[in-house]
Design a protein around this ligand. Structure first.
Ligand code: AMP
Length: 182
């Protein structure tokens, strides 16, 4: 069976960690726009050069750049996918829906990983990524609130949204997710 999931939630909620586990379990393609952008930056591509300073500030990279990355990956054949970190705003959600309609691959479920700000900040500070210092973390949380969180109601209206509690250890959260996507 094919599965097509989308993980939604603030930075530091554990989307990447959990997406890797679930994808390994179910044989899905894990598509993280953050990981793909970081790869572009470390390979020094033109796209990476454009994205780097924006990422280091905690702002969103342009919809055009992100969509071009996603489109390349999603056009290939595979046994379903899990999108992590995309879409990040309503424009991207609309672009994604247009693309998925063309590919005849509608989203089956959007999973919102919920967690409080204090835990998020602690988790981000402990992973030590370049964009994980306090000032940039604050900016990324604000960008999430302003631009990404309207997607919650968007997917609620489309009757695609389920929420899970993202607190606790990795194993607990994984079990909650597995239950939710059954
Ligand atoms: P993440 O690994 O998902 O936390 O993403 C790290 C950074 O990459 C973000 O702070 C953005 O600068 C950029 N980024 C990742 N995904 C997107 C996206 N869908 N749209 C715009 N920027 C993105």
């Amino acid at each position: 069976m094919e599965n097509r999931f989308l993980f939604l939630g603030p930075p530091g909620a554990g989307k990447g960690t959990q997406a890797s586990l679930i994808c390994k379990d179910k044989g899905l393609l894990h598509l993280s726009t953050g990981d793909l952008l970081r790869e572009e930056v470390s390979s020094g591509t033109e796209l990476g050069k454009q994205a780097e300073s924006i990422m280091n500030k905690g702002e969103l990279v342009s919809d055009e750049i992100v969509l071009s990355i996603v489109e390349k990956k999603l056009s290939k054949n595979f046994q379903g996918w899990l999108l992590d970190g995309f879409p990040r705003n309503l424009t991207q959600a609309q672009l994604l829906e247009d693309l998925l309609q063309k590919l005849d691959q509608p989203i089956e479920l959007v999973l919102l990983i919920e967690i409080d700000d204090e835990t998020l900040t602690q988790r981000m500070l402990s992973r030590g990524r370049k964009d994980d210092n306090e000032q940039v973390i604050r900016r990324r949380l604000n960008v999430y609130r302003e631009k990404t969180s309207p997607l919650i109601n968007h997917y609620k209206d489309l009757a695609l949204l389920k929420s899970i509690d993202g607190s606790g250890d990795i194993e607990d959260v994984k079990n909650r997710i597995k239950e939710a996507i059954k």
